[in-house]
Design a protein around this ligand. Structure first.
Ligand code: SF4
Length: 488
C-alpha cells in the first residue's frame, strides 16, 4: 500500500499515474492536504517516504503559472522514482494518452525535428527510440489530416453495443447479443432517430469520415445492417466522405451475407480482429471463436473484394509469451492485412479480468514481464515493416501493461483517418448510440461546462447513456443534449 499526498489537486493525476507506472501492483491511496509544504509526498509500507518540494525563491515560484509548476513537480517526481526503483519508463514522465498531440503541436509551430527530439527527451525523459517513433507518426498524421477541413467538416461515430460474448479484458460498452435479441430492432429505431437529427442539423457541414464501432457492429443481423446503411445514405450526403469503416471485429459475428451487405453499401475499410492467434488464449479470455474462424473470415472478405482490412492484436494477454506473439504474427503475416493495430493489454477497472484479479480468483499462470512486452511489441514492429506497413497513429492508455503504447500500422493510403482524429482532437466527432461520446472541437475556448474553477476548454464532450434500455427510452433527451452545442 502506498499513500500519495499532494498539496494541490494540480499534481494528483500525474503523480498517481506515474506511481502506478512504476509500481503497477501497488494499491495507492491518495489525498490532498493543502497545509503540506511539499507539493507531492509519497509514503509506503516498505520504502522510506520521499517528497517533491519545488526548489527556488518563493517569489520565483509565485511567478510561475500552474502549468510550469506542475511540469517541474512531475519531472522531479519522475527522477526520484527512477532512482528509487532503478528503472526508467519508455515514455518518461508523460502520463497523458496522446503523446503525438504534443509533437504535432510543435510541428505546427514550425519547430525543427532535432529541437523537438531534444525537447521531448530532455524535458519529459522520453527514450530516444520512442521520441523518434512519436515524431515519425506525428508527421504522418499531419500529412493525412491535411486533406480535412477541420472547421467545416466533421466525423460520425455510430456505436453498436452488442458482441457475441464479452471478452474478459473488455471495458467498452458491450452486451452479449443473445440477451438483447428482442431489443435490437428498437435499438436501431432509436439510433436512426438520433442519426436523422444529426443529419438534419449538419446539412451545412462536410461529413468526412464515418466509423461504425462498439461493441461489434456485425453482431446485428444482415437485414439490420442493410437498414442502418440505407438510412445513412438517405440522411447524409457522402459528397465529402473520405472513409467509411466498419469495425466488424469478432470473426464469430461475421458471415458472408453480412459482408455482402457491407460491400453493397460501399464500406471501404473493415476490421477482422483476432487479438491473438493462440487458441488457448482465445478460450481463456472468453472469445468464442477459433483461429480457423479468423482465417476463413479474412479469406471470405478478400474474396468479396475488401482491399482494406485491419487486424487488431493485443500484446500481454494472460498466459502469452513472446514466442506466442511470434507465432501469432507469422499467422497474421500469412494473411497479409492492409493495416495492423497492436495494443499493449490495458486492464481497466470495469473489466472482468480486473474484478477477478481483485477477488483473488484471477488467472494465475504466466504474466508478461516488461521484458516480454518489449519483445512482443518489437516483434510486431518488425513484422509490420516486413508487410510494408508503417506506423501512423499511436496512443497510450491508463493501466497499460508496462506503460507502453498502442500503435496502428498501415500501408500508405490505407491508414484509418478516423483513428487519427480520435487521438488528435482536431475535428468534431458526433457520436450516436448507447455509450457513444460526442466531442465537439470549438474554434475558440469557452468556460468548461460545470467547472467550478472557471477552467477553459475548446473541447466539449457530450455522453450518451450506456444502458441499451435507457438509451431507447431516453432517446429524445440524448438528441436534446446534442442540440445544445451542435453547431453553435
Ligand atoms: S469484442 Fe471488443 S467490444 Fe466486444 S466484448 Fe470483446 S473487447 Fe469488448
Amino acid at each position: 500500500m502506498m499513500k500519495l499526498t499532494c498539496n494541490d489537486t494540480l499534481y494528483t493525476y500525474d503523480a498517481y499515474h506515474l506511481l502506478k507506472a512504476f509500481y503497477p501492483d501497488e494499491e495507492i491511496e491518495q489525498q490532498v492536504d493543502e497545509e503540506q509544504e511539499s507539493q507531492i509526498r509519497i509514503e509506503s509500507d516498505c520504502d522510506s517516504c520521499f517528497c517533491v518540494t519545488l526548489a527556488g525563491e518563493k517569489t520565483e515560484l509565485l511567478q510561475m503559472d500552474r502549468g510550469e509548476k506542475k511540469h517541474l513537480a512531475v519531472r522531479s517526481l519522475y527522477e526520484k522514482l527512477c532512482r528509487a526503483t532503478k528503472k526508467s519508463l519508455p515514455w518518461g514522465s508523460l502520463t497523458g494518452v496522446r503523446p503525438t498531440k504534443m509533437l504535432m503541436q510543435k510541428l505546427e509551430e514550425g519547430v525543427p525535428d532535432d529541437r523537438i527530439l531534444d525537447w521531448i527527451t530532455k524535458e519529459h525523459f522520453v527514450s530516444g527510440e520512442k521520441a523518434k517513433l512519436g515524431l515519425d507518426i506525428a508527421k504522418r498524421e499531419k500529412r493525412l489530416l491535411s486533406r480535412l477541413d477541420y472547421e467545416n467538416g466533421y466525423s460520425l461515430y455510430i456505436g453498436i453495443p452488442f458482441c457475441p460474448t464479452t471478452c474478459s479484458y473488455c471495458s467498452f460498452t458491450s452486451y452479449p447479443i443473445s440477451q438483447y435479441l428482442e431489443k435490437t430492432d428498437a435499438y436501431l429505431e432509436a439510433l436512426c432517430k438520433e442519426l436523422s437529427y444529426i443529419a438534419a442539423v449538419s446539412r451545412e457541414k462536410k461529413l468526412n469520415t464515418i466509423y461504425l464501432g462498439g461493441g461489434t457492429p456485425t453482431s446485428l443481423r444482415a437485414d439490420q445492417l442493410d437498414r442502418l446503411f440505407t438510412h445513412l445514405e438517405k440522411q447524409f450526403s457522402y459528397e465529402h466522405l473520405l472513409e467509411l469503416t466498419v469495425e466488424a471485429g469478432r470473426p464469430d459475428s461475421i458471415t458472408r451475407e453480412k459482408l455482402k451487405v457491407l460491400k453493397r453499401h460501399g464500406i471501404g475499410r473493415i476490421s477482422v480482429n483476432p487479438q491473438t492467434m493462440q487458441q488457448k488464449t482465445l478460450d481463456l479470455v472468453g472469445r468464442r471463436h477459433t483461429v480457423e474462424d479468423v482465417i476463413t473470415t479474412f479469406r471470405v472478405a478478400r474474396e468479396l473484394g475488401f482491399d482494406n482490412i485491419n487486424m487488431d492484436l493485443i500484446a500481454g494477454l494472460p498466459g502469452e509469451t513472446p514466442e506466442d506473439m511470434e507465432d501469432t504474427l507469422t499467422k497474421v503475416q500469412a494473411l497479409g492485412p492492409d493495416s495492423l493495430t497492436v495494443h499493449a493489454l490495458a486492464i481497466k477497472r470495469a473489466s472482468r479480468l480486473r474484478q477477478e484479479q481483485r477477488s483473488g480468483e484471477g488467472f494465475t499462470g504466466h504474466t508478461a514481464s516488461a521484458g516480454d512486452l518489449t519483445a512482443m511489441i518489437d516483434a510486431a514492429y518488425r513484422c509490420a515493416g516486413e508487410m510494408g506497413l508503417v506506423p501512423y497513429y499511436l496512443y497510450r492508455q491508463k493501466n497499460m501493461a508496462g506503460n507502453f503504447e498502442n500503435v496502428g500500422y498501415a500501408e500508405v493510403d490505407k491508414a484509418g483517418i478516423y483513428n487519427i482524429l480520435i487521438m488528435e482532437e482536431k475535428q468534431s466527432i458526433v457520436a450516436a448510440g448507447a455509450g457513444a461520446s460526442t466531442k465537439i472541437v470549438l474554434p475558440k475556448a469557452v468556460e468548461m461546462p460545470g467547472s467550478k474553477k472557471h477552467k477553459m476548454t475548446n473541447l466539449i464532450r457530450i455522453e450518451n447513456v450506456k444502458q441499451v434500455d435507457e438509451y431507447i427510452a431516453r432517446i429524445d433527451e440524448m438528441i436534446e443534449r446534442k442540440g445544445e452545442w451542435l453547431w453553435h
